[in-house]
Write a protein that binds this ligand. Sequence first.
Ligand code: BV8
Ligand code: ZN
Length: 246
Amino acid sequence: MPVTEEARSLLKSAKSIAVLTGAGISAESGIPTFRGAAGLWKQFRPEELATPEAFARDPQTVWEWYHWRRKLIAQAKPNAGHQALARLEQVAPSFTLITQNVDGLHQAAGSKEVLELHGSIWKLRCTQCGCEWVDRNTSESGQLVYCQCGALARPGVVWFGESLPPGVWQSAEQAIKSCDLLLVAGTSAVVYPAAGLVPLASSSGAKVIEINIEPSPMSGIVNVQLTGRAGEILPNLIQESSLANL
Ligand code: BV8
Ligand code: ZN
């Protein structure tokens, strides 16, 4: 699907750009999405794994799932979609990247400021003393990890029923309310409150461009729908010619 002239001119005239990404932008890096045909949730059910109750009930199983995902992500490289957004951050007058992903691939592609709404799979948090640290160890055989205080550590991600990190959420909302262009790439837009950022942008007066291989529940309210893979569309959209006036 070619990038339309309308999308190019919206990007060219944008003064403040916000981007919201989901698992679809990492699909071309080999990381399974959650709800697609081969999605992670097909083999598992989120309620059984991505909730504090699941971890309290069976920490070993939940941890083994995250350990399996950490090993997979550790092998993954950022793709052209991640790289195009890192380039856009360099040239846009005002730019905020908001992601639902926990894989860290935007940072690996060179994005400097990334708002991780759902935390990071590379962070661990103590279940008792609240200590949080980066842990990139994927060699162990999925053994549970413990904090220095002796309590069990958990993945530093936001599970269903848990609040998003307050500061991160506020910054994301602020960026959405003040942007004049929102790019939404690779999200099924079914998880809230993250998905609510799309109508919030639109009601705040921004134009919205959706990049997805298929329609989402938000497709009805976006200004431009670019159907195709983010790894192809984003570099095409964010090429020099579109950035002339940025
Ligand atoms: C909360 C953990 C309450 C980390 C995840 C209304 C308001 C508030 C909450 C709710 C609400 N309604 C319901 C809720 C509860 C719940 C929720 O939204 N449930 C849904 C399922 C109905 N929300 C919550 O529980 C949130 N917490 O609000 O707490 C609260 C409030 C105050 C005080 C206390 C409590 C927490 C939500 C976060 C849950 N954690 N993951 C991890 O393990 O990863 S969610 C999970 O889904 C991932 O984080 C992921 O990021 C997220 C969204 O999925 P997507 O990224 O969109 O991925 P998906 O596979 O779904 O779609 C991929 C898309 O890409 C598809 O559209 C596909 O077509 C496209 N695609 C594929 N390939 C490509 C592509 N596009 C382009 N190119 C390609 N190549
Ligand atoms: Zn501790």
